[in-house]
Design a binder for this molecule. Sequence first.
Ligand code: ZN
Length: 293
Amino acid sequence: MQPNDVVIIATGMPVGPLQTGEQDGPVGAATLARALVLGLKANPVILTDPTNVEIISAAVRSAGLFVYPLEPSLEHPTAACVMPFPIDPAEATTAGAGLIERLRPKALITIERAGANEHGEYHAALGRSLTQWCAKVDILFEQAREAGILTIGVGDGGNELGCGLIRDAVFEAAPNGRRCQCPCGGSVVPSFIPDVLIIAAISNWGTYGVEACLAALTGRAEVLHDREIDLRVHIACAAAGAHNDGPLLLDPGTDAVAAPYHGHILDLMALMVENGADLGGLYRRDKWPWLDR
Ligand SMILES: [Zn+2]
């Protein structure tokens, strides 16, 4: 990564024509965009379904970045672009080729997004079809891979773009992994194979881990967002219409875990950035005077 290089982030889980997305994905996309700006002077370009643009824009602003249209966002040091990507496959093919040509992205990262299975169908974790509402970012990711650009997937359930790397493990672990609940009769695992897959118990946590690594590598703790920012982003995301998954409420929270608890995960990661992965490092051996008798 050089200053002003573009990283494309794709997120958003469309759950129907009126219900928009969940907070898992948009929150992590927003805080990762912040980390890429603070840590690497990157230009984040966030792609999503047309119904999720408002939610993700709210999340990005709450993470501390301006949201601008594409061209001005590339000129502004602390802005990200949030834009819809086409649902129609032919339009997606044209748009994807145009973005790669114009932006020459250094990496593409997808967070908690459904991906096309062997029949081209997109599914929720339990196998319901989402195809008609999904932006076809898989096409862009395939184009990027053909162009030799790094592709990264972040997921937690097996139906997310990137989980093709662990197809057999998903079949073993997920009840509806091998056979969906829609007429296509295929698996819920997307066909696309990324260069790297980050699996987490909650997808946002996977992106928090990437932020923590960037913070450690750059030696700057602020690259990893803190619990206050995290709560703010969750609240803004919920207020913009993103649900908390399980109970389908607009409460601030992800995957039915209330927002403040995500702050605990961030606190632990911040300790690791500061002290190393061994949290016992908090008590360095030469600072245990109570043992010197
Ligand atoms: Zn299906």
